[in-house]
Write a protein that binds this ligand. Structure first.
Ligand SMILES: NC(=O)c1ccc[n+]([C@@H]2O[C@H](COP(=O)([O-])OP(=O)(O)OC[C@H]3O[C@@H](n4cnc5c(N)ncnc54)[C@H](O)[C@@H]3O)[C@@H](O)[C@H]2O)c1
Ligand SMILES: [Zn+2]
Length: 342
């Protein structure tokens, strides 16, 4: 089964749900999104064609709790679910990770579709089948792979997304601009954001079709992430913002002037507003950052780690480093943060 990616207007989503070949729909929505958009979804209208069971999950990351999983699961099971039911998720990445995990486990797995409602979910989180929950021991430690049948991209939802969340999504768009030449060109030529979103989503879909389980080229999507995750925790940054600074750090570590120059072009074209490096304010928590890097889930048993670099636009390289040598290098640059400019 392959995921169908389609651009739709808000008013068309109900129609897409009607067309799903299932007599029951489990509709899982983000609480905040539902408060803004429920009037646009006339459930009674679909109920004439299908049984609809609605679950309104707490907003964003709050949905990805084990306790929330239990509540939602029991509610659906109480009403009766069979293998032919279809789950539809409407929300950002938090909601789609949660809802996809429900879809992957309820009665051993049912089909599902997703309507991503944040920029980050449109270009990244809703694509590629990684679904899951958080544990008190870490994020996304409980999870599965479960490919959605449909991704309905509807940029109308972006009108209510906060500027901070939009900037976070742009961090991922900037990442894609380095991985794909066509995306770089679209961004550089200031094409409409809706078109850029669709191309980024299609790019990730193509990559994950070839490599579902991060064995090979899917790793390239990690550009900016290994160091970004450590910065995200050390400076409490939004995810996409930390990916951006993770890229800046990688480009500086390996003196990649060409990429830094391209980064300036890309960020200006996308109206990027987070130009102040997190390490330029106060003292840099170098030890903290290093300790987060050392805890990275992706460190191999031989103490090596893959880091994604870019030799040219559209040419990512997966390079393996000795963790200790890499950390020495990172410590050196972070101890002279004034040189780490954009
Ligand atoms: N599965 C994957 O491959 C993958 C990839 C990247 C990120 N993720 C996950 O995605 C999550 C982050 O997702 P996100 O950035 O979309 O944030 P989110 O889902 O946490 O949503 C952020 C906030 O925006 C609100 N919101 C969502 N849509 C809105 C809209 N249209 N209008 C107004 N408010 C809206 C939410 O209620 C929430 O308060 C994390 O849990 C991360 O682990 C998953
Ligand atoms: Zn990311």
């Amino acid at each position: 089964m392959e995921t169908q990616l389609e651009r739709v207007a808000l008013f068309e989503i109900l129609d897409r749900m009607k067309r799903i070949e299932a007599d029951t729909i489990l509709l899982v929505v983000d609480e905040k999104v539902w408060s803004y958009y429920k009037d646009r979804f006339d459930i009674d209208k679909i109920s004439q064609f299908k049984k609809v069971n609605l679950w309104v999950a707490p907003r964003g990351e709050e949905a990805k709790r084990i306790s929330e999983y239990e509540k939602c699961m029991e509610s659906f099971l109480e009403k009766g679910v069979h293998r032919n039911a279809h789950l539809v998720a409407i929300g950002g990445g938090g909601l789609s990770d949660f809802a996809g995990f429900i879809a992957s486990t309820i009665v051993r797995g049912i089909k599902w579709s997703v309507v991503p409602t944040t920029l980050l979910a449109m270009v990244d989180a809703s694509i590629g089948g990684k679904v899951g929950l958080n544990s008190r021991y870490g994020k996304n430690l409980i999870g599965n792979f479960h490919i959605p049948e449909n991704i309905w991209l509807c940029s109308d939802f972006l009108k209510t997304v906060s500027e901070e969340e939009i900037q976070s999504g742009l961090g991922e768009v900037i990442k894609y601009s380095f991985l794909s030449k066509p995306i770089f060109e679209m961004v550089k030529n200031r094409q409409p954001l809706e078109d850029i979103i669709q191309t980024c989503a299609q790019y990730k879909l193509d990559i994950t079709r070839q490599d579902l389980r991060d064995g090979n080229i899917r790793k390239a999507l990690n550009l900016g992430h290994t160091l970004g995750h450590a910065l995200e925790k050390a400076f409490s940054l939004k995810h996409g913002i930390s990916v951006f600074w993770g890229m800046v750090l990688v480009f500086h570590l390996f003196n990649n002037e060409k990429c830094l120059e391209n980064l300036r072009v890309i960020k200006d074209s996308l109206n990027w507003k987070n130009d102040v490096p997190p390490w330029s304010v106060g003292s840099v928590p170098v030890k903290k950052i290093i300790s987060y890097i050392e805890k990275d889930k992706k460190i191999k048993s031989n103490n090596k780690i893959d880091l994604i670099q870019v030799s040219d636009i559209g040419v990512p390289l997966i390079k393996e480093y000795n963790l200790i040598e890499l950390i020495d290098k990172i410590e050196e640059v972070l101890n002279a943060p004034s040189r780490l400019t954009l």
